[in-house]
Design a protein around this ligand. Structure first.
Ligand SMILES: NC(=O)c1ccc[n+]([C@@H]2O[C@H](COP(=O)([O-])OP(=O)(O)OC[C@H]3O[C@@H](n4cnc5c(N)ncnc54)[C@H](OP(=O)(O)O)[C@@H]3O)[C@@H](O)[C@H]2O)c1
Length: 290
């Protein structure tokens, strides 16, 4: 279907993942890319979504738009749901009508964190935050819509673009002599550049494996403490990192204490190499120093 040119519409184009897709577009010159910001296409506005599809007639739509302020969502449930659930529904509805393939990004926060082994795609969903709940509703809306879709759950995203944990730690590491970081939440950091490359280099295969949910993160497991420690190390920062329990850093939204995802399915369907989180972190930090 896409051996020649594909038209790819990227929604929520100012975010971290979308920015990495934008950076990679030159490596995929046979495709036509269309990027649309929240101001241009608000996913919660069905008519704006309709217009974006009409203007671009895309073969693929990559939904990078989301309400990602996890703590704020606890007191802003309506807007988080409008964007993460109804926004996904609006995109799915247009994708069905226009016969576009919808690639939707979801999250490890759909799980409660009570597992003692990495989460598989079919494990039971039990979000413990408003954000997690709204993202799960988005997944469900897509699954019942009748459109062709791929849902990719990912975790702990960072990039040289946008706001993220890596940049926050680098800033604090330059300002402070020490910092306390939560050590009892375990997951897998994911470099948006790796996820963006996976998506763009497997578009054709995504259509042949349509209507699947996948887990994608970088390889390896870390706590936020481990992640922060490695960020300081790679930046040659002398700031001491001290491990603390979650209860010493209370936040409005609960986080899963364990959200490592099993990636066997995506690896077997696409035969891919996924870099270890430390390898990709080093790459990102190098870019941040250029
Ligand atoms: N960040 C993480 O750690 C993480 C972890 C797991 C999964 N995810 C998921 O991965 C995806 C990409 O995340 P990210 O970190 O790249 O997000 P991000 O940097 O926060 O970017 C999200 C983008 O969505 C846009 N947006 C917000 N509301 C919108 C609306 N109503 N209509 C259109 N666009 C809207 C924002 O626009 P403005 O720039 O105008 O605000 C922003 O550019 C999201 O689906 C997220 O849920 C993220």
């Amino acid at each position: 279907m896409i051996s020649s040119m594909a038209k790819i519409l990227i929604i929520g184009s100012s975010g971290q993942l979308a920015s990495e897709l934008k950076k990679l577009q030159g490596d995929f010159p046979s495709h036509q890319f269309y990027f649309t910001t929240q101001a241009e296409t608000d996913v919660s506005d069905a008519s704006a979504v309709h217009t974006a599809f009409q203007n671009t007639t895309p073969n693929f739509v990559i939904n990078c738009a989301a309400y990602t302020a996890v703590d704020k969502a606890e007191t802003d449930q309506e807007r988080a749901t409008e964007i993460n659930a109804f926004g996904a529904q609006n995109l799915a509805e247009q994708a069905r009508k226009m016969k576009s393939h919808l690639i939707h990004i979801s999250t490890d926060f759909v799980f409660d964190g009570n597992n003692s082994r990495p989460y598989k795609e079919e494990d039971s969903i039990h979000p413990i935050s408003i954000y997690g709940m709204s993202k799960w509703k988005g997944e469900e809306a897509i699954k019942v819509s009748g459109c062709d879709y791929t849902i990719i759950r990912t975790s702990w995203l960072y990039s040289s673009f946008g706001h993220n944990f890596v940049k926050t730690m680098m800033k604090l590491g330059n300002e402070r002599a020490s910092i306390n970081v939560v050590a009892d939440q375990i997951g897998s950091p994911t470099y948006c550049g790796d996820l963006a490359f996976f998506i763009l280099s497997h578009l054709e295969q995504l259509t042949s494996h349509k209507n699947n949910i996948y887990h994608y993160s970088n390889e390896g497991v870390a706590s936020w403490y481990d992640f922060a420690y490695e960020i300081m190390k790679l930046n040659l920062l002398t700031c001491q990192v001290y491990p603390i329990p979650t209860e010493s850093y209370p936040r409005p939204a609960a986080r899963p204490s364990y959200s490592v995802m099993d990636k066997s399915k995506i690896k077997s369907h696409y035969n891919i190499y996924i870099p270890h989180w430390k390898e990709s972190l080093a790459k990102c930090i190098q870019l941040l120093h250029q």
